[in-house]
Design a protein around this ligand. Structure first.
Ligand code: F6R
Length: 614
């Protein structure tokens, strides 16, 4: 986690770094810092708090200079405070570093360096690393790039780092293992960042470092890429970025989360655009077309993911089994990777990740590949590590998701997974032509139906006001909508800090029903298709225990309206597509409750968007 930004060139580095840190704040926001070289000295400001606090703090230092680095932190080693914030100096004061990741063996290195007289002012692993680089540079009498390469061979862990030496201010050295690092290439200037958003208005050309690569970035020269292990030469792959500035700004919405909720009709359409051809009865997906037999001959599909992406995986389990008749297991990546799972070369593993950087999902992919499984990625961030590590994949095309709570990532992941399931159902011949066409045509109507679901926003705001002070909430759903209940509960707890649990509706009587009284709001997904009558019975059970019922129902529903305290309607669709609609009111509810409770919607406490540590 953490966001890093660096600049070397001819412009003022300060505004570029501050703006860049603000764009990367989704990656961590408990402290922030900046170091600028003004031609003579390094000026450093750092503080606990947000980039906005850093801006105030930085008014105390000179903001001059065309070389600088900045950092926004999600603490791993050492509490969030001014001292532990990055950048960190080496003992001589010559080297400055920013770091995203964890150095696991920092304690033993720290002991060794302490014996040699090094003094540490922070509790961080990063301060140890910059001093290790300094020690290597001194004892081996080498240039900064070589010292970084030798030092990194002594560390165990994950990193994206940028280091410079004030005695050689025409150069920044960067390196990557496990955490992302992009280099923006302009004319006579270079940008460094955890993703491309800090430099998108300056250049479209970027190099994404691969794991175990480092780069020596020198003004007036081509960037030099080297392999960290053996210092051999690597060749930069320059990508042309598609992102635009509008996509990463709020566009008139109060929060990114709200903007991203409202973007879903467009995002879903972009996800199936060019793939779904309902008029021709066709789905084209290169990653599947080229590997069709791997899927159709697979013993089973294993889906690995974390958080919201895991919930999309659960929806996919229902879709794949129901439509394509392929057996599916859905695993938390963090459990799967350490469980010594049985995996064979007849298995297909699908990894789902918005960021494409989640450490546990990445580790699960590596494990499955070692055991010979074919690995397919469903990612949003183009060029991300998971997208590169998988054998094949399909992007979700949701556009940048900046609010920490995932919204459009969820619905676009489900869209991609539905397309895959339909393709496999067709290839396996388990679906009639009529049914196949019905699905394709219905999928095309979903963006307009999401628009309609969004029209309930004013009503949802009123309902949010009624329940904003609750301390606990239950979310219930069955079948395809059980994962939506889990996702609804996750959205509420992560942004409003209200305890919430998602359950399969029928499981309620095996325990959670004990919690129900007149103070317990129960959000029930009770759409017409899919176990409707059974969910109605569950609603009766809640009502007879005086629970407050907020039901998500199909347009025109009368039966539940008579039982529930509030109903929110969504348009009718095929059962397997209902999660794309029923999730919308739950996202809006969480959003409004969080705003009413004065919570930081886009940057909830203790969280980060991209979880690059395990
Ligand atoms: C919840 C949320 C997280 C992520 C999880 C996985 O709103 O955003 O639970 O879904 O950290 O992240 P990705 O999809 O980037 O692998």
């Amino acid at each position: 986690m953490c966001g890093i930004v660096g600049y070397i060139g001819y412009r003022d580095a300060f505004p570029i770094i501050i703006k860049g840190l603000q764009r990367l704040e989704y990656r961590g926001y408990d402290s922030a810092g900046i170091a600028l070289f003004d031609g003579k000295d390094i000026n450093l400001a750092k503080t606990k708090g947000k980039v906005e606090d850093l801006k105030n703090k930085a008014s105390e230092i000179s903001q001059k200079g065309s070389l600088g680095v900045g950092h926004t932190r999600w603490a791993t080693h050492g509490v969030p405070n001014d001292v532990n914030s990055h950048p960190h100096y080496s003992n001589s004061g010559d080297l400055v570093i920013i770091h995203n990741g964890i150095i696991e063996n920092y304690e033993s290195i720290k002991k060794e360096l302490s014996k040699r007289g090094y003094i540490f002012s922070s509790d961080t692993d990063t301060e140890v690393l910059v001093n290790l680089i300094e020690e290597v540079k001194k004892t081996e009498d080498v240039m900064l790039g070589k010292a970084v390469q030798l030092a990194l061979n002594q560390v165990v862990g994950a990193y994206a780092i940028a280091v410079f030496d004030k005695r050689k201010p025409d150069e920044i050295v960067v390196a990557k293992l496990g955490s992302p690092l992009a280099i923006g290439i302009g004319e006579d200037e270079f940008f460094i960042a955890s993703d491309a958003s800090p430099f998108i208005e300056f250049t479209n050309n970027a190099v994404y470092l691969e794991d175990e690569e480092m780069a020596i970035i020198r003004l007036g020269k081509e960037i030099k890429l080297r392999k960290i292990k053996d210092d051999s030469v690597a060749y930069p792959r320059i990508l042309e970025l598609q992102m635009n500035l509008e996509e990463i700004e709020k566009g008139g919405y109060e929060h990114f989360m709200l903007k991203e909720i409202y973007e879903q009709p467009r995002a879903i359409k972009d996800t199936y655009r060019g793939r779904l051809h309902a008029d021709q009865g066709l789905i084209r997906m290169a990653g599947i077309d080229q590997n069709l037999e791997k899927f159709t001959n697979a013993n089973r599909i294993i889906i690995v993911a974390c958080g919201t992406s895991w919930h999309a995986g659960l929806v996919a389990e229902y879709i794949f089994e129901d439509l394509a008749r392929i057996s599916v297991e859905v695993e938390y990546a963090s459990e799967f990777r350490y469980r010594n799972p049985v995996i064979t070369d007849k298995d297909v593993l699908i990894a789902i990740s918005q960021s494409g950087e989640t450490a546990d999902t990445l580790a699960a992919i590596k494990l499955a590949k070692e055991k010979g499984a074919f690995v397919f990625g469903v990612c949003n961030v183009v060029g991300s590590t998971i997208a590169r590590e998988t054998d094949a994949g399909a992007y979700t095309h949701a556009g940048p998701e900046i609010g920490v709570a995932s919204t459009k990532a969820f619905t676009t992941q489900i869209t991609v997974l539905t397309l895959i399931a339909l393709k496999l159902a067709k290839a396996k011949g388990v679906f009639s032509e009529t049914k196949y066409h019905e699905y394709l045509t219905e999928l095309e109507t979903i963006p307009a139906k999401v628009e309609r679901a969004l029209e309930s926003n004013p009503l949802i705001e009123i309902i949010a006001n009624v329940y904003k002070d609750s301390t606990n909430c239950l979310y219930l759903g069955r079948g395809y909508n059980f994962p939506v209940a889990l996702e609804g509960a996750l959205k509420l707890k992560e942004i409003s800090y209200i305890h919430a649990e998602g359950y399969p509706a029928a499981e309620m009587k095996h325990g959670p029903i004990a919690l129900i009284d007149e103070h317990m709001p129960v959000f029930v997904i009770a759409t017409k298709k899919g176990h409707y009558e059974k969910v109605v019975s569950n609603i009766q059970e809640i009502k007879s225990r005086k629970g407050k019922i907020i039901a998500i129902v199909t347009e025109g529903d009368e039966q539940v309206r008579d039982l529930a305290d509030h109903v929110i309607e969504v348009p009718e669709t095929l059962e397997s597509l209902t999660p794309l609609l029923t999730t919308i009111p739950l996202q809006l509810l969480s959003y409004h409750i969080a705003v009413m409770r004065d919570c930081n919607v886009d940057q909830p406490r203790n969280l980060a968007k991209s979880v690059t540590v395990e």
